[in-house]
Design a binder for this molecule. Structure first.
Ligand SMILES: *Cc1c(COP(=O)(O)O)cnc(C)c1O
Length: 447
């Protein structure tokens, strides 16, 4: 497997990448900043596998952070993209493809009557919030600590220490004014809402602080609190949409929001996002209404063709099988890590698999909010497990806050490979931790 220290094509590409691109990556999560070492550079993918520029093969549990559902280069997606490309790649005029994808989304998500297509999840969430403010005439929004809604200014406000924080920017370059109306509260606690709240935006299953399932009654409580306050409820289903099932977390929970954000799976691996909801709310959007929102490449023919091909290809049975496989995988992964000598907790929600690891004896439960997720993510064990798995040909995301994305292309045989690699990796990591403790060090430095 790729040795980050060795001079090879991976190292050469990353050296060039760092010269031409800040940090060598186009999205910070791809860098190995939180696990150490040099990322491998991907040449191609096929189903559950990716191959780097040195020809090493990895079982890929990242799957473009959930954007890829069928596996890489699935023939159905590739054919749809080829066919669409031959007809022209972008027009800035209405096309059948965008209508067909919008219909496909609305048919599948109960209560979602219209969607407008955009090019990323960030745009979808940003636009949904603008629409909520425009439709209600209110300015304040409520988000949950540890939930990610893309990188727009007003939604980057993160959480801190379980205490509701008002107006603390989550990044340099975000002016205080941009987040002054963003209230951040802890996940899984239904907040009190004032009558100045335009919307509450939530990941109905939180999957950007590792995996944090909604507590029983949490989503129902949000629905009721929004109704009482006259605020809109926005489900950010950019990860859960078309992954938990055709109806996403909405169908799974039975709670219907006013607005939705979609992305990832609906683009079939190409850049698409969408926001939607009840037609009376969407009527506030330009050109019919006063809320402006636009995009040169929105509803792009290639992206809509790929997304629709994926949505049309998968059946309810496929989703059920995937959830069953993922649930078994999560249990086996946890058992393998424990048998190898680590503490581990691997919850599953449908096909989404969480992973918390610690030294043997650590008390690990399923995280319930950002604070509990952070307490585990900061223990220093994940980076070691990440590298030990990578050396065995299994690629997890290079950071402890991501979930694992087994998809339609990950069969039982591939997942069994990951489980046996995990046991070996855990033995190696546990030995490293023992040795470090024997040396009297608290925790070995990240490689
Ligand atoms: C990935 C993600 C986004 C942002 O989508 P991009 O396409 O990366 O802009 C928004 N919300 C959630 C829940 C996500 O997981």
């Amino acid at each position: 497997m790729a040795d980050p220290e060795a001079a090879g094509a991976n190292g050469e590409w990353f050296t060039r990448a760092r010269r031409a691109i800040p940090g060598g990556v186009d999205s910070p999560v791809r860098s190995f900043a939180s696990v150490g070492g040099v990322p491998f550079t991907v040449a191609r993918g096929e189903g559950p596998w990716v191959y780097d520029v040195e020809g090493h093969r990895y079982l890929d549990l990242v799957q473009s952070y959930g954007a890829v559902l069928l596996g890489h280069a699935h023939p159905v997606a590739v054919a749809a993209i080829r066919e669409a490309a031959a007809l022209g790649t972008s027009f800035g005029m209405p096309t059948p493809g965008e209508v067909l994808l919008a219909e496909a989304v609305c048919e599948r998500v109960p209560g979602c009557e219209q969607v407008r297509l955009v090019s990323s999840g960030t745009e979808a969430a940003m636009s949904a919030v603008r629409l909520a403010r425009g439709a209600t005439g209110r300015e304040r929004i409520v988000k949950f600590a540890g939930c990610y809604h893309g990188h727009s200014d007003g939604l980057l406000a993160a959480g801190g220490s379980g205490v509701a924080m008002l107006g603390l920017p989550g990044s340099a370059g975000v002016p205080r004014g941009a987040v002054a109306d963003t209230l951040v509260v802890p996940y899984n606690v239904v907040p009190e809402l004032g009558d100045d709240v335009a919307c509450v935006i939530v990941e109905p299953v939180a999957a950007n602080m590792n995996l944090v399932p909604p507590a029983p009654g949490f989503l129902e409580g949000l629905r009721a609190a929004c109704d009482r306050a006259g605020a809109l409820l926005v489900f950010d289903e950019v990860i859960t949409g078309f992954r938990l099932g055709p109806g996403g977390a909405t169908a799974a929970s039975g709670v219907t929001p006013d607005l939705w954000c979609f992305g990832k799976v609906i683009g079939g691996g190409l850049p698409v996002g969408a926001f939607g909801g009840r037609a009376d709310l969407l009527a506030a959007l330009a050109p019919g209404g006063p809320v402006y929102q636009a995009g040169t490449l929105s509803g792009n023919p290639l992206a809509t063709a790929a997304g629709r091909a994926v949505l049309d290809h998968v059946t309810e049975a496929d989703y059920r099988d995937l959830a069953d496989r993922a649930t078994r995988f999560a249990a086996e992964l946890e058992a393998a890590l424990v048998s190898g000598g680590l503490a581990a907790c691997c919850p599953a929600v449908g096909p989404l698999v969480g992973l918390s690891v610690g030294a043997a004896g650590a008390e690990l439960g399923v995280p319930v909010d950002y604070d509990s997720a952070r307490a585990v993510a900061g223990n220093g064990v994940y980076p070691r497990l990440f590298h030990a798995l990578l050396r065995r040909g299994v690629a997890l995301a290079p950071g402890p806050y991501e979930v694992l994305f087994p998809g339609m292309a990950h069969g039982d045989a591939e997942l069994a490979l990951a489980v046996s690699a995990a046991e070996e990796a855990a033995v190696e990591v546990a030995a490293e931790l023992d040795q470090a403790l024997g040396d009297g060090r608290e925790m070995p430095a990240v490689p």
